[in-house]
Design a protein around this ligand. Structure first.
Ligand SMILES: Cc1ncc(COP(=O)(O)O)c(C=O)c1O
Length: 437
């Protein structure tokens, strides 16, 4: 890059290179339109700056991991202290042991921990563990639930119309139909239907996996309790996917917030302060299928990866949990989030839009729909996605970083001043949408 390039030119050049050298021009499923596309230069607290020098209040937080805000001093100090000692050894390291102790202390179902590199690997291996433990093959997930990118997770995640339950369509091309033969799908929050399906398939069900807060849908009172009761009755492993909710909606995650304890839970995002690490945490008897000390190798679940338990990630995680354990953290997060949710809904209504902000205060969605209540994935499909996209693009244009039609993530670095500015921008964005007709 020539030294005289302006920041805007540098960003344009980088975006050109991204378009050429990165598959699909980006890192995920969604690529911003060219006039709004950006390359992040740095982040600090609730803000990020792009290479062109534009500042944004960040409500995506890398899809959730940056719960403490960007470049939190406790995390950068912990990582800086650890880096000179080397970055990975495969053999045991102190941070991974220390972090495991803290996870077990904090998590209601926690007895032992198995580290993975990503949330996808955590749910993938949790299902394998459940199959090995129960000696059954099938798993049940709920329509609209996101458990990562493996071949058992990508069924009925974003269907446009109701599935032919218990069968669902694959979400991605390239997923083999044979994988779908082992995955049952039923609607979230339809308690009687879910219990009946679990009862009917109990003899072949290894696991029920659930996002306790399913994307932005709150569990109805009694739903998770009923799923817990029927899985317990039939010896089916209940897996909570707490990759979003863990250490975010409460210190003890969804288990604490909704008062239901599963057999296994998958954690990611917040547990490693923005470094790539995830974990399966759970019941010692179920997790014993990983234990090569107590069973012949032929009976051990294989779930080992080169970078599992990485000391840098674990050091960042210990620092992150240290900050989150301080008094008042979750009250603050809830207060700011509640103000933001109420303000966005009020702004939408002022401009004549039927807008709702379902979810929890620390993580919620903004959906353009009049359907109430929002209970199931099919309820969410009533939202006008085109309006949602256009509103989000208006926000980005005005300096709020969001992922259109996805979730708004709050960090503990977001302030009242951030929220006030955000609500001002949200109002302008609704006004622009209305003007455009
Ligand atoms: C609830 C849930 N489970 C699993 C995953 C997959 O995690 P990863 O993206 O780390 O593979 C995600 C990712 O967003 C998620 O939201």
């Amino acid at each position: 890059m020539e030294p005289t390039a302006t920041p805007l030119q540098r960003q344009a050049r980088l975006l050109g290179d991204a378009g050429r050298y990165l598959a699909g021009g980006g890192t995920g499923l969604f690529v911003l339109p060219p006039e709004l596309n950006l390359v992040v230069e740095r982040g600090q607290g609730s803000r990020v700056w792009d290479v062109a020098g534009r500042e944004y209040i960040d409500y995506h937080l890398s899809s959730g991991p940056v719960l403490l805000g960007h470049a939190h001093p406790a995390i950068t100090a912990a990582v800086a202290a650890r880096l000179p000692k080397g970055t990975t050894y495969y053999f045991l390291n102190e941070p991974e042991i220390e972090l495991a102790k803290r996870l077990v202390d904090a998590i209601p179902c926690g007895q032992v921990v198995h580290y993975t590199g990503s949330g996808t690997e955590a749910t993938f291996y949790a299902l394998r563990i459940a199959r090995a433990f129960t000696k059954r093959n099938k798993v049940l997930k709920f329509e609209g639930a996101w458990h990562g990118m493996h071949d058992y997770g990508l069924w009925g995640t974003v269907p446009a119309r109701p599935s032919d339950y218990p069968h669902a369509q694959p979400d991605s091309v390239g997923v083999p139909p044979q994988a779908g033969e082992t995955v049952l799908v039923t609607p979230f929050n339809e308690t009687e239907r879910a219990v009946a399906m679990i009862e009917r398939h109990a003899h072949e069900l290894a696991a029920v996996i659930v996002e306790p807060l399913q994307r932005v849908l709150l569990p109805e009172p009694g739903f998770l309790q009923a799923v817990r009761a029927v899985t317990e009755k039939h010896g089916i492993v209940l897996i909570f996917d707490e990759i979003v909710t863990g250490f975010r909606i409460a210190w003890g995650g969804a288990q604490e917030r909704y008062g239901v304890v599963p057999d296994l839970a998958c954690y990611g995002k917040a547990i490693s302060g923005g470094f790539p690490m995830a974990a399966i945490v759970g019941d010692g008897a179920v997790m014993s299928v990983l234990d090569a000390r107590s069973r012949p190798k032929a009976e051990v679940v294989w779930a080992t990866n080169t970078l599992n338990g990485n000391p840098i990630c674990a050091a960042a995680g210990i620092a992150a949990l240290g900050v989150l354990a301080q008094p008042g953290v979750y009250d603050g997060l809830r207060r700011i989030g509640a103000k933001l949710r109420a303000g966005i809904v009020a702004a939408g209504e002022r401009h004549g839009f039927a807008v709702q902000a379902p979810g929890e205060d620390a993580v919620f969605g903004v959906r353009f729909t009049a359907r109430r209540p929002l209970r199931t994935w099919m309820d969410l499909t009533t939202a006008n996605k085109d309006l949602g996209l256009r509103w989000a693009l208006e926000l980005i244009r005005r300096g709020l970083l969001v992922n259109p039609n996805e979730k708004i993530y709050l960090s503990i670095a977001h302030t009242d001043a951030d929220v006030d500015k955000t609500l001002d921008i949200a109002d302008q964005a609704f006004a622009a949408l209305k003007r455009a007709g």
